[in-house]
Design a binder for this molecule. Structure first.
Ligand code: FVH
Length: 293
């Protein structure tokens, strides 16, 4: 991209799998890059690729205004930046954490005179810097910081700003990861069902992927139902029908000698909603039952 602002020097703290992948994309565009890692040997290869290696985190931070951190967790961010002068810095935190951790880290950074942007990376390291890989980063916090550095932040992956609340990037990140976790649970159950039969998992995987893709669009209907408050709106397969269908799923699990443990918590909530007289709704009503406190 000829429009990339390669003049903005970047300091990057953290050269784990993700940090190293990020670093290589900036080096490839000629962006001046200063790196630091707690365990120094991880910086050696990058030094050969054009990065300036700082001996300490403080030295790295002093090298430029835009400071990106990609460390293990929020605690390691606190440890790495402890006692370092952040006044006038633009701190971009690409470390995965909770919304509350991001909000507290934003307050912490502001109290030290830095602007703060939190990021939630929706990619694994091999997707970073690969056009059309689908990699992107949710950002939230200082919109001024985001706008000012948008081009250089877009080098490793796409960018999606989701609000001034510094917790929103983490919230979006974790919401998507949570949905993925539920999907992986369903996939594990499906493979367990076919595993003892003469059905090739590789062939079955294609059917599974196509089916999950076809069903994914249902999230839009659920969103419309949530926004309207009418969970019967546009319903295709109502809750009463789906709860009856659950019996077939559970009996099949029993026949195939597969534990239903990954399915039953969700089915129990569906049954509770049905028992409350909501059989004509979609499964969207289950969301109401998840609120605690
Ligand atoms: N890798 C992935 O698939 C996921 C994809 C989505 C985003 N995550 C998050 O990205 C953060 C970094 O992940 P990573 O893959 O780079 O993780 P590691 O390879 O384990 O590297 C961890 C780095 O953190 C450094 N570190 C750990 N503790 C401290 C500390 N107390 N002080 C300073 N640095 C610390 C560690 O240093 P070292 O062990 O080499 O000395 C690595 O640089 C993470 O939030 C993922 O959830 C990745």
């Amino acid at each position: 991209d000829n429009n990339i602002d390669t003049a903005t020097p970047i300091t990057l703290l953290g050269l784990g799998a993700m940090g190293t992948a990020l670093a290589r994309t900036w080096l490839a565009t000629g962006t001046p890059l200063t790196v630091w890692n707690r365990t120094p040997h991880r910086a050696q290869a990058l030094a050969g690729e054009g990065a300036t290696v700082a001996a300490t985190a403080a030295e790295a931070v002093a090298a430029g205004r835009l400071v990106v951190v990609c460390l293990l967790d929020d605690e390691s961010v606190g440890e790495a930046l402890d006692g370092i002068d952040l006044s006038g810095k633009d701190l971009v935190n690409l470390t995965t954490g909770t919304p509350a951790q991001a909000r507290a880290r934003a307050d912490w950074a502001r109290a030290r005179g830095a602007r703060f942007l939190d990021g939630g990376i929706m990619a694994v390291p091999p997707m970073i810097g690969v056009p059309d890989s689908g990699a992107y980063v949710f950002y939230s916090g200082s919109e001024e910081l985001f706008t000012e550095h948008r081009e250089v932040l877009a080098v490793p992956a796409g960018t999606t700003f989701v609000g001034a609340d510094p917790g929103f990037a983490a919230l979006h990140d974790v919401a998507l990861l949570s949905a993925m976790t539920g999907m992986f649970a369903g996939v594990a159950h499906a493979f367990a069902l076919i595993r003892r039969e003469e059905i090739a998992p590789t062939g079955f995987a294609s059917l599974l992927a196509d089916w999950l893709g076809a069903m994914a669009g249902s999230v839009h209907l659920a969103a419309e139902q949530l926004e309207s408050g009418d969970y019967t709106k546009g319903v295709v397969s109502n809750l009463a029908m789906q709860v009856a269908g659950n019996e077939t799923l559970l009996r099949t699990a029993e026949e195939q000698r597969v534990s239903p443990v990954l399915l039953t918590p969700y089915m129990a909530l569906m049954a509770r909603r049905l028992a409350a007289g909501r059989g004509d709704e979609d499964t969207t009503g289950v969301i109401d039952l998840l609120a605690v406190g």
